[in-house]
Design a protein. Structure first.
Length: 106
């Protein structure tokens, strides 16, 4: 039996990733840093939310579920300068190493 093909396949274009506009990327970074209580400078010691356990009620861990963790880490790494540690178990995850809040892309 011949394999059926989708007649619309010839009309589909491949998805090509686009770099975000610089102003959009800067504003997105600012808003995410504000929401995640991340420092706005590269000095992580100045606002490390995990350093003081008396700061109850503040965000400490964020899980971002994405379709492709490797692509997401590449994107966020470019936009925010995040450095991640790749972990593979039942699925691929990246733990962001250089933020005041633990961020996991999975």
């Amino acid at each position: 039996m011949p394999e059926r093909t989708d007649p619309f396949d010839s009309l589909r274009r491949p998805i090509v990733a686009a770099r975000p506009r610089p102003l959009f990327a800067a504003e997105l970074e600012r808003r995410l840093r504000e929401e995640l209580h991340m420092p706005v400078t590269d000095d992580l010691e100045s606002d490390d939310v995990t350093a003081d356990p008396s700061r109850h009620g503040e965000l400490g861990l964020v899980h971002l579920r994405v379709r492709d963790a490797d692509r997401a880490m590449a994107f966020f790494g470019d936009v925010f300068g995040w450095v991640g540690d790749r972990f593979v178990d039942e699925h691929v995850s990246h733990y962001v190493l250089n933020s005041g809040v633990t961020v996991r892309l999975l």
